[in-house]
Design a protein around this ligand. Sequence first.
Ligand code: PLP
Length: 403
Amino acid sequence: MAMTSDPYAWLEKSLATIHRADWHRSVQAIAGPSGPQITLEGQPVLNFASNDYLGLASDPRLAAAAIAAIQTYGTGSTGSRLLSGHRPLHRELEQAIADLKQTEDALVFSSGYLANLGAITALVGARDLVLSDQYNHSSLRHGARLSGATVVDYDHCDLGDLAQKLHQHRQHYRRCLMLTDTVFSMDGDLCPLPALLDLADQFECMVLVDEAHGTGVLGASGAGGVEALGCTGRPLVQMGTLSKALGSLGGYVAGSGALIDFLRNRAPSWIYTTGLTPGDTGAALAAIALVRTEPEQRSRLWQNIHYLEQRLDQQWPMETAKPIPFKRLPSQSPILCLEVKDAATVVQFGQALKQQGIFVAAVRPPTTPTSRLRITVMATHEAAHLDCLVDSLMAVATYLVLR
Ligand SMILES: *Cc1c(COP(=O)(O)O)cnc(C)c1O
């Protein structure tokens, strides 16, 4: 039988559906290095959309470390770590991560996404149960599905719901793995880790925490949410990324020596991929050294966060009578979110802010269940930048309400 129709025709139809729902997204080019002031599609803007919380992505000391690593080892690792891709620099970085996290060992992956896929698929399989916070990052949810385990979502940060689901399901499975972000990437709030770990003990569950937005930002030494929440040293699988506060690229898992040795033997996204490049490895190593030796950068970040929160609260008190087109979501991190009623509104809001020279992320379904402006604060923002953000938010909010 001759097939005459175009097998790719569905793509156009599917794209049209995405457009109709205001879900369509495309890329915007930034010229030059990351920082509080950038040029976006040719327009100078203040940057509130970066995960470069400490400003390290454009720090000359990271660039120098990357260049030195490339001069010593070349640009590529040329093989998987178990074959020909392992360099002394990888080991140094893994030891630096384990030192920062106060774990026995650590393993670096090519990205945080791959670290989650690799760790979860190695730890659980078809006979096992995964309990996952409903707001977890895509890489956790995707890893859980890929593992073949039975996946049960619990309500966001709701330990009552989690306990009920453990009572209902745990006994029917071999192993159980709980998954949670420490800092939720699209909300900015923290998971209730101490009580969650108590529940895990009670039901013999492993726990994997995603520290992508915690590392370098939270905790007295910058180790992350685990440190800030007083859980250092408790048995845990801690993953994170080198690509946010650490200004490089790559992911990691930190934990017991047995865990790391097991992952080196069983995590497919580590075994069958090329080792992290020398440049990224060198930059990440320099970043961890700066997190440890320059805590003032972290203090500056937190001063900025508190200043912005205070300015927002002055402008829009929680029980305001003023009609406002957004609701501030609770946050304990550099991620501040303003929820708006729908995808079309958040897109308009984002565009109007951009015309005023303010770059924030307009986040919509399917990334999050509700639409929101996602504002990220950096240590390198000046008070004037934060003032300018609040003024522009006020101008655009007034305009959107009056219209
Ligand atoms: C960004 C992010 C990741 C993925 O890290 P990459 O290194 O960018 O692949 C994983 N989890 C969370 C919560 C993230 O925000």
